[in-house]
Design a protein around this ligand. Structure first.
Ligand code: SIN
Ligand code: FE2
Length: 219
């Protein structure tokens, strides 16, 4: 087989770790696996100084997902609304600096999905216990929609709901496993998405927890 034929084959058939969801949206299966030890060490270090907490929505509901942040900006919610803040409202201190391994993975995953130069200021760390869920929403608290969302999953599996541009649009149900990275940007940047309640289980590394890292360029 000639090199040319190889090149044609590779251009036409995406590698099997890459699953297209929609234009600008892709699942990179197992993309984060080589980084798992660094990512888990990072989560531990960050949440030692900015502990996981259950935020309250503007409507007064306590979220089932526990959250923390790392980076120059962190996403927070309270009775006044959703926003990004350079300070952790719980400690009064800046959010812990983003670990180098986090920034590198975000850059590499965005690149693999076709988005160059992704330098997020914010990494939201979501911790799901069994039964925790995230209802359908759009990520639209950012000033900059030119950059994608990069979402890294660790621990227990989940069903990621990936919808359209109206809340009522049909959603694809995407099984997501430890090490998978979902990237959505460009024409898919404002799609509704969410996470179904986490099913009971035990993950060999993380036990009864799912951790998600969501990277965003805010402005
Ligand atoms: C999010 O939308 O912020 C998180 C999605 C996930 O946990 O997979
Ligand atoms: Fe989101």
């Amino acid at each position: 087989m000639t090199a040319d034929l190889f090149a044609d084959l590779f251009n036409e058939a995406p590698p099997d770790w890459r699953e297209d969801l929609a234009p600008g949206a892709v699942v990179l299966r197992g993309f984060a696996l080589p980084m798992v030890p660094a990512l888990l060490a990072g989560v531990e270090a960050v949440t030692a100084s900015a502990p996981f907490r259950h935020l309250v929505t503007p409507g007064g509901q306590t979220m089932s997902v526990a959250m923390s942040n790392t980076g120059a900006l962190g996403w927070v919610s309270d009775r006044r609304g959703y926003r990004y803040d350079a300070t952790d409202p719980q400690t009064g201190r800046p959010w812990p600096a983003m670990p180098a391994a986090f920034a590198q993975l975000a850059l590499d995953a965005a690149h693999a999905a076709g988005f160059d130069g992704f330098t997020p200021q914010a990494c939201l760390i979501n911790r799901y216990a069994i039964g925790a869920r995230l209802s359908l929403h759009q990520d639209k608290d950012e000033l900059d929609y030119d950059h994608p969302i990069v979402s890294v999953s660790l621990g227990l599996p989940a069903v990621f709901l990936f919808g359209g541009f109206e809340r009522s649009d049909r959603q694809a149900r995407i099984p997501i496993a430890h090490g998978d990275v979902v990237v959505w940007g460009g024409p898919s940047r404002l799609r509704y998405h969410g996470v179904q309640p986490i099913k009971p289980g035990v993950h060999p590394l993380l036990g009864d927890v799912r951790i998600n890292l969501t990277f965003r360029k805010v402005r």
